[in-house]
Design a binder for this molecule. Structure first.
Ligand SMILES: *Cc1c(COP(=O)(O)O)cnc(C)c1O
Length: 458
């Protein structure tokens, strides 16, 4: 991609600081200017198209420029775009709250709106802490989180996050979180198979709770998939154990369903597969089908009641965002939730998930350097390893995943690396033909990469 920069590319690098990027990388690899989206495809300024196999960072569910969602958004924009949300309300927010509380696991009837995933995490952390302060458990000042957890980038969310790459430099600023070793099914320390295991690794959380429960306000977890950690997947039994432990030790359970909610794992919410209800559930990403920033924190009547009193008692939750409950975003979320009701989306995800498993298993089962292909719902991940037997990873400095990502782009496929893991998280509307293209292009790109690498290394 060493061609001359286009005018838009030049103007971009002159002023824009992109997320999650070493900007120096953009010298050799300038940003791709997208002009148009349609279905699973993104079109650049030269009309080259890319299959968006990562749903534009896990947010898109029903394709780009989806006619039904775009129409709802456009009509709402000509009626009411936004209103202050303290003392004011609007029908889209009310309907979204009603639907979320009806669809969510049992008992989550109160909905607090924020405007992105990290903010939803901050809300849940603050509410959990304040609840305990207001119910006499004033020693509870710490959170328990897993190694390799990802909960967002704001300081509170980073404090519970366990991906060193993102939080290392900020450690002096972060909260003092209790950390427990999380599940690691590919390199299971107990040598169990996920399908038949009893989650002995939940013991690591149990040990921490035993020791620290009096000072712990909540355990926060990504149900079924530790996504940013490299799509690390674990069985529902782990969540059942965790739910029981949280109840036993009187700490809240915060389910961060920001990545896995809205059908990703094959059920509307991942917690359903464990049959559990958390005390808080954080939602964002897919909530608006990839259209607008919006997030919601669902919680119980019991927690809500601990804040409900005369103003003078100062028990209110005084958290707000300028765009809390934004009308346009709520209207879009309403359309997305209605599509789930009307269009048998969950059945479609399960069926496409099976198809993806079949195709990907065939493609990667024997592939060199693929240590594991794993999948839950419509999330598939390829873990590349230097040695399939010992599962030895490639050194991160080699940026194997990143190089394959760049090559795949040249073939019209957008997959993203998370270290040595490449993953598929396509929009649910992906067709069979598109899915075949996605899997085949990935397979060929990986093969070609390792072939060329062998030539250059030796
Ligand atoms: C993306 C993500 C977040 C943060 O959401 P943002 O909208 O990017 O702030 C939090 N938790 C999980 C599990 C996520 O995947």
């Amino acid at each position: 991609m060493n061609q001359a920069l286009t005018d838009l590319q030049k103007r971009d690098v002159k002023h824009i600081w992109h997320p999650c990027s070493q900007m120096k990388d953009y010298e050799a690899f300038p940003p791709i200017v997208i002009k148009k989206g349609q279905g699973v495809w993104l079109y650049d300024e030269h009309d080259r198209r890319y299959l968006d196999a990562v749903s534009s960072w896990w947010v898109n569910l029903f394709g780009h420029a989806n006619p039904r969602i775009s129409r709802a958004l456009s009509e709402q924009a000509f009626t009411l775009e936004h209103t202050i949300f303290a003392n004011f309300t609007h029908e889209p927010a009310i309907k979204v709250a009603e639907k979320l509380s009806a669809l969510a696991p049992e008992g989550l009837h109160k909905v607090f709106f924020a405007d992105n995933g990290s903010s939803a995490i901050e809300v849940a952390l603050k509410m959990s802490f304040q609840y305990h302060m207001q119910t006499g458990k004033t020693k509870k000042k710490r959170f328990l989180a897993l190694t390799d957890a990802y909960h967002g980038e704001t300081i509170g969310a980073l404090s519970v996050g366990g991906v060193e790459l993102y939080n290392e430099v900020y450690k002096p600023l972060l909260l003092d979180t209790v950390r427990a070793k999380g599940p690691d099914c590919y390199r299971c320390p107990f040598h169990k198979e996920p399908a038949s295991c009893n989650a002995p690794c939940s013991r690591f959380i149990e040990d921490q709770l035993k020791e620290h429960h009096e000072e712990i306000t909540a355990v926060i977890i990504e149900p079924l998939i530790q996504a940013a950690a490299g799509m690390k997947m674990y069985p529902p039994i782990y969540l059942q154990r965790l739910r029981a432990l949280c109840s036993q030790y009187d700490v809240h359970l915060i389910a961060d369903e920001i990545a896995v909610g809205f059908g990703r794992t094959g059920t509307l919410f991942a917690c359903e597969q464990a049959g559990i209800s958390p005390d808080f559930m954080c939602l964002s990403k897919g909530l608006t089908g990839g259209y607008l920033p919006l997030s919601a924190v669902l919680t119980t009547d019991q927690i809500y009641q601990a804040f409900y009193d005369d103003y003078g008692t100062m028990k209110a939750f005084l958290h707000s965002h300028s765009y809390s409950g934004n009308t346009l975003a709520c209207r879009v979320a309403l359309e997305v939730l209605t599509m789930f009701e009307e269009e048998q989306v969950i059945a479609m995800i399960q069926q496409k998930g099976e198809r993806m498993r079949e195709l990907a298993t065939a493609a990667f089962h024997e592939a060199p350097y693929v240590g594991e292909y794993r999948q839950v719902g419509l999330v598939g991940a390829i873990e590349l390893v230097a040695n399939r037997k010992t599962k030895e990873p490639f050194p991160s400095e080699e940026r194997i995943g990143y190089q394959i990502y760049q090559r795949a782009l040249a073939h019209g496929l957008l997959i993203r690396p998370l270290g040595n893991v490449l993953y598929f998280m396509p929009p649910y509307i992906i067709s069979d033909e598109e899915m075949i293209f996605m899997i085949e292009t990935t397979k060929e790109t990986i093969e070609q990469f390792f072939q060329d690498r062998r030539v250059t290394v030796e």
